[in-house]
Write a protein that binds this ligand. Structure first.
Ligand code: CMP
Length: 139
């Protein structure tokens, strides 16, 4: 059975460009409930830990530097079929390939600076949510 939570971050590029409000509006309009949320900045060690699955990739250093370069908004979102529906809402990883009406089509600038993160599986949604939020921070 599909889980009903996913994890997202509004990334440093979108925060810097003042897109927090626009992105949250799209998330709410698509029917996601905000279960947990914080405005924070990742340290390099945080970003290395969060993206550990990508540590052998050539872009890992760039990814860690970018994700720790400024504040982010981290959130747990709740909805039926949350992981798949949220990935549909954010669009392709590369904004050049993202469909009209998706968050990345509207707000992302490049493959590396792609405005938002969305978990790719129920298992990773749980791991990523636990990385950022205690149970007492979820409502
Ligand atoms: P996300 O899906 O949030 O998590 C992994 C991130 O790595 C991905 O978003 C992209 O921002 C980034 N990424 C993926 N491929 C590349 C690449 N070829 N060069 C730079 N960054 C990348």
């Amino acid at each position: 059975m599909a889980n009903n939570i996913t994890f997202t971050m509004i990334k440093p590029d979108a925060v810097k460009n003042n897109y927090i409000g626009g992105i949250l509006a799209m998330i709410n309009e698509a029917g996601f409930k905000i279960k947990a949320m914080k405005y924070t900045q990742l340290t390099k060690a945080d970003a290395e830990g969060f993206y550990e699955v990508h540590k052998e990739r050539p872009f890992f250093g760039e990814l860690v530097n970018f994700m720790s370069s400024g504040p982010i908004v981290a959130a747990i979102l709740e909805k039926d079929n949350a992981v798949a529906d949220f990935r549909k809402l954010i669009g392709a990883t590369n904004p050049a390939e993202a469909e009209e009406g998706t968050i990345r089509k509207k707000y992302a600038t490049s493959l590396g600076e792609n405005a938002v993160h969305g978990s790719d599986s129920d298992e990773n949604a749980a791991i990523e949510a636990n990385f950022h939020f205690a149970m007492t921070e979820r409502f």
